[in-house]
Design a protein around this ligand. Structure first.
Ligand code: NAD
Length: 429
């Protein structure tokens, strides 16, 4: 027979050891998580020395960036809430020298212009390829040069290098001579359909070229790299609003695959070298000086000139058309905020059906469209719709231009250009 006092003693021992192990487990888990989490959450002081190297963070926890197993990571039954989020990085203020790759292109020339306008220095690298008429790119560079000249020594210095971002001699010279600390990497082969015809060209420019930019960024210890990704990485996602936390492992075109590859190689550079990198997934960008291969320009120029519009599908496909000024605002907000590694959607935040888009073009051009219906094209996605809540919270981004207003502004620009060389190039595409 075991005495009553022995039973009480044994029970007390069991309870105490369980309590100790429970609290010790929690305590040690708390510390290990805290110590692992702390460097990831550290705000990068953009004014701090550029050789500060943040610790790697977990790729599979896209946002907030936390390591697997952290008590702060959401589970299926416990969705991520903003109370769990990362510190917001304050914007760096003051003069910057920004390398804008693809600066002669549509988005690049707008970003470079806005940077010059606020007094920053800009270094453009562009190979001026003939994906669309080179005269348009030359006109863009002329505009930038005029803007820089008009700054009268009040900041806004511009340097232009013409060549391929894969050219080692050129890129070494750019980094040696210019020492840019901020990179806005927009150079790429864009366009879904041509990527199906010539995938190797896309891999060379978008994957190899991006890796080369990251190599120099690491070697020269730049402070922040902002890179263009694309909504095309969402493929045929069935979500109503595409979110950065979705799986994007099924790209439906080589173009989309190269853009996703860029995000992944960028992560490895962040992981290995602590490079600060933000990937921006742009949603169908349009506006003045826009790409003539894209539907908005084809529609505006065709409706203006009475030419037939080739409409792929029945008009029910929908795109999150984003006006260029909103994109430029989001890009510059990202350049200023050196997040360790992030992916942000930049879009308007709502879709517009193709048929509605064409109706708005008709309204602002003041003519009816002649439409020829064609089947859907391989590689095209049925709809895109951006969830921009993350960019809103962490970049302070908010799109301001409605599709109606954006088309009105674009048509006004198009008509103001009629008769000038550049507009002819746009209209002829
Ligand atoms: N326009 C959109 O709707 C959209 C949507 C999603 C993503 N993007 C991305 O945004 C970025 C800019 O797109 P955009 O619409 O301004 O295109 P764009 O074609 O007008 O500009 C790209 C520029 O990069 C240059 N370039 C291409 N390959 C190069 C190389 N190897 N070396 C040097 N320069 C090179 C081109 O000459 C061009 O001037 C691209 O990365 C594109 O993939 C654009």
């Amino acid at each position: 027979m075991v005495s009553k006092s022995r039973i009480i003693l044994l029970a007390t021992f069991v309870i105490v050891t369980n309590l100790v192990s429970f609290y010790f487990g929690k305590f040690s888990r708390f510390f290990s998580d805290y110590l692992r989490f702390l460097p990831c959450g550290a705000i990068m002081d953009a004014s701090a020395s550029s050789d500060f190297i943040p610790k790697p963070v977990g790729l599979d926890a896209p946002f907030p960036y936390m390591l697997r197993g952290s008590p702060l990571q959401a589970t299926a039954s416990e969705p991520l809430t903003l109370s769990n989020d990362i510190p917001i990085v304050d914007p760096h203020v003051g003069h910057k020298k920004v390398l804008v790759t693809g600066g002669a292109g549509f988005i690049g020339s707008h970003v470079a212009y806005a940077l010059l306008d606020r007094g920053d220095s800009v270094v453009v690298v562009d190979e001026m390829n003939d994906y669309y008429d080179v005269k348009i790119k030359e006109a863009n560079l002329k505009l930038l040069q005029e803007k820089s000249d008009s700054m009268n020594g009040d900041g806004g210095h511009l340097a232009i290098y013409l060549g391929d971002i894969n050219n080692q001699t050129l890129m070494r010279e750019v980094f040696e001579v210019e020492s840019p600390e901020w990179i806005c990497h927009l150079a790429a082969r864009a366009g879904v359909r041509p990527s199906i015809q010539n995938p190797l060209l896309y891999v060379q420019a978008n994957v190899q070229g991006t890796t080369n930019i990251l190599e120099y960024s690491r070697e020269y210890k730049v402070r922040n790299v902002v890179m263009a990704s694309s909504s095309s990485v969402y493929g045929e996602s069935q979500s109503t609003f595409f979110s950065e936390s979705e799986d994007v492992n099924e790209p439906v075109s080589p173009y989309a695959a190269t853009k996703r590859s860029g995000e992944l190689i960028a992560y490895s550079y962040h992981h290995l070298y602590g490079l600060n990198i933000t990937n921006l997934r742009f949603f169908t960008v349009y506006g003045p000086r826009g790409r003539p291969d894209m539907a908005p320009y084809k529609f505006i120029s065709s409706v203006s000139s009475g030419k037939t519009i080739e409409q792929y599908g029945d008009g029910s496909t929908s795109r999150d058309y984003t006006y260029i000024d909103d994109i430029v605002d989001g890009v510059i907000r990202s350049i200023d905020r050196a997040y360790p590694y992030q992916i942000f959607n930049l879009g308007k935040g709502s879709g517009t059906k193709l048929s509605e888009f064409i109706a708005l073009v008709e309204k602002h051009v003041g003519k009816k469209a002649n439409i020829k219906l064609l089947p859907e094209q391989p590689g095209d996605v049925p709809f895109t719709n951006a969830d921009v809540s993350k960019a809103s919270r962490y970049l302070g981004y908010k799109s301001k231009i409605s599709t109606d207003e954006g088309i009105k502004k674009t048509v006004a620009w198009f008509e103001s250009m009629l008769g000038e060389v550049a507009s002819n190039q746009w209209a002829e595409q």
